[in-house]
Design a binder for this molecule. Sequence first.
Ligand SMILES: Cc1cc2nc3c(=O)[nH]c(=O)nc-3n(C[C@H](O)[C@H](O)[C@H](O)COP(=O)(O)OP(=O)(O)OC[C@H]3O[C@@H](n4cnc5c(N)ncnc54)[C@H](O)[C@@H]3O)c2cc1C
Length: 272
Amino acid sequence: SESRFTEPTLDDLRAALVRVDATDYGAHSPRFISRFTDMTRQAVTYRAGRVLLAGDAAHVHAPLGGQGLNLGVQDSVNLGWKLARVVLGTSPDALLDTYHAERHPVAARVMHNTMAQRALGATDDRTSALRSVMSDLLAFDEPRTHMAAMISGLDIHYATGRTADDDHPMIGRRVPDLDLVTSDGPSRIYEHLHRAEPLLLDLDPGSDLDTSRWRERVRHIDATCTGTWELPVLGEVPAPSALLIRPDGHVAWAGSRTDTGLHVALRTWFDA
Ligand SMILES: Cc1cc2nc3c(=O)[nH]c(=O)nc-3n(C[C@H](O)[C@H](O)[C@H](O)COP(=O)(O)OP(=O)(O)OC[C@H]3O[C@@H](n4cnc5c(N)ncnc54)[C@H](O)[C@@H]3O)c2cc1C
């Protein structure tokens, strides 16, 4: 049957192929067949008490741009460490509400751009003209970088927990994977994130950041880093003197030779 409301069969697939391409290409022995549409929907809230939604349970959209899986995995990475800390009692329950606050707008934006891509796929003359105007615009570096960073999710920055004192552009963004030298020798930032623990990276040999109260909860590493701090879309940003990195690799706080805002960030993210 060709109804959208029944399980699709191999005959449905063959009939569709014949309709579009005048041949079924000899299709046989399918591993599985399923239907998908450009349905675009998002759960109003990702958290209701002890019920949390992530991945396609929280949002569905047309698969254009191949963004759904990435979005769902990043939901889970954002939620996983928060859930673990709240269950272990090392962060307050309110931490779980930042999951919706941070991830709901990200999926809303993906749905927005997949709807736009879907609209651009129409074949009438006016849409063909619009597609060609878009192609012309995407020949320029700035719009192309903007679109690529959006579709790859590399431009994501979270605004939660930010205070008026926190103005470093890295706050809320994913930390880049730069080379470090610690007392154990050379390493890269991401190696220190494998344990999925909060990390305070002190990059100023002369500094004396007092994190004694959080010693049990936040790993503190002294290191030097001579690399260039380059972020997707933004380009080079001022080198921070210290960074507080969340277990999901996003920056909770960045210092510029002062600890202003550090204790607020530590309390916000990692206090019980
Ligand atoms: C044609 C197509 C192409 C795509 N291409 C891309 C791409 O290139 N890149 C990309 O990033 N994304 C792509 N996506 C999107 C991506 O496949 C989804 O976003 C992703 O698989 C969602 O993962 P999920 O774990 O949230 O949900 P699912 O993969 O749907 O997993 C949910 C699982 O739960 C099981 N389940 C459901 N109900 C129950 C129940 N009651 N009890 C037990 N188990 C249950 C289901 O059987 C399923 O295995 C594409 C999607 C489509 C349709």
